[in-house]
Design a protein around this ligand. Structure first.
Ligand code: UDP
Length: 235
C-alpha cells in the first residue's frame, strides 16, 4: 500500500501528497464544494468519496478506450493513486450543448445543441477568472507545449465520444466538461486532475434535471443527491 509522505499542494477540492515513490502521488478528495472561484463554499460530507469513485470509474473506462490519463488506481474512499505530471496551465472544455459561460459570452441559448462539438481553451488562473485563450496566447504565455495542442484537442474529442455514449446509454446528456492535461513520467501527455460532476454538466435526458455542480452554484437542490444519481446510473 503506497504511503502518504509530504503534502505537496492543497487546492479547493483536493490535497496532493508525495509517496515513497517519486513518480507516484496520492490525491485526497475533500468534502468541500466551491463555486465562482471559491467565493461560494460548503462542506458536504461524502462529496470527496463520490467524486473519487466517479472519477476513478471514468478514468478506467477511458484507459480501456486507449486514452492516456494519470490514473493508476483507487486506493480508498477518498484517495486515488496517480502518476506525477507536469501540469499545463490550460483547461480544455468540450461542449455539446450551450450552457454556462458560452451563453453569457456569445449569446447562445441555454440548451441549444451545437452542430459539432466545440473545443475551447482557458487559462488556468483564479485571479483572472480562467479567461478564454487562443493558441497564440498559449504560445506567447507558455501555457502548454504547442506540439501537444493537436493531440490534446483530439483526445478531448475522443473523451467526448466515449463519455457522451456512456451517459446517453443511461439517459443522461453530457452537456460539457473540462479536462486538464500534463506530461506524465514516461514523457507522454495525459489527462490529469479529476473528471467528475464537479467538472461536467450532466442533464437528465427525460426531465432536464441538472445532476452536476450547477445544483450547488445556483441552489437547484441537494448536490450529492445529483452525484449519487450519476454514480448509480453509470456503475
Ligand atoms: N469547469 C470546471 N472548472 C473551471 C471552469 C469550468 O470544471 O474552472 C467546467 C464546468 O463545470 C462546465 C465546463 O467546464 O462543465 C464549462 O464551464 P463554463 O466555461 O461554462 O464555465 P462556468 O459556467 O462553469 O463558469
Amino acid at each position: 500500500m503506497p504511503e502518504k509522505r509530504k503534502k505537496l499542494y492543497e487546492g479547493k477540492a483536493k490535497i496532493v501528497y508525495e509517496t515513497e515513490e517519486r513518480d507516484k502521488l496520492i490525491l485526497e478528495f475533500k468534502d468541500t464544494a466551491t463555486a465562482f472561484d471559491g467565493v461560494k463554499k460548503a462542506e458536504l460530507e461524502g462529496k470527496g468519496a463520490l467524486n473519487n469513485t466517479i472519477s476513478s470509474l471514468i478514468f478506467e473506462i477511458l484507459e480501456r478506450h486507449g486514452v492516456r490519463t494519470h490514473f493508476i488506481r483507487k486506493l480508498s474512499d477518498r484517495e486515488m493513486l496517480v502518476w506525477r505530471a507536469e501540469r499545463f496551465l490550460v483547461e480544455v472544455v468540450v461542449r455539446n450543448v450551450a450552457a454556462g459561460s458560452v451563453v453569457k459570452r456569445l449569446g447562445f441559448k441555454e440548451g441549444e445543441r451545437f452542430k459539432k462539438p466545440l473545443v475551447e481553451f482557458f487559462y488556468k488562473n483564479d485571479e483572472l477568472h480562467d479567461p478564454l485563450v487562443c493558441e497564440t496566447h498559449i504560445e506567447l504565455m507558455n501555457l502548454a507545449p504547442m506540439e501537444a495542442l493537436p493531440s490534446m484537442r483530439e483526445t478531448a474529442l475522443k473523451v467526448n465520444e466515449v463519455l457522451s455514449k456512456l451517459f446517453s446509454d443511461k439517459g443522461i446528456i453530457l452537456v460539457d466538461f473540462k479536462l486538464e492535461f500534463g506530461k506524465l513520467p514516461d514523457g507522454n501527455v495525459g489527462i490529469v486532475d479529476e473528471i467528475s460532476p464537479d467538472s461536467m454538466r450532466l442533464w437528465d435526458a427525460e426531465t432536464g434535471e441538472k445532476l452536476d455542480k450547477d445544483r450547488f452554484r445556483f441552489d437547484l437542490g441537494d448536490l450529492l443527491e445529483g452525484y449519487r444519481k450519476v454514480l448509480e446510473r453509470i456503475s
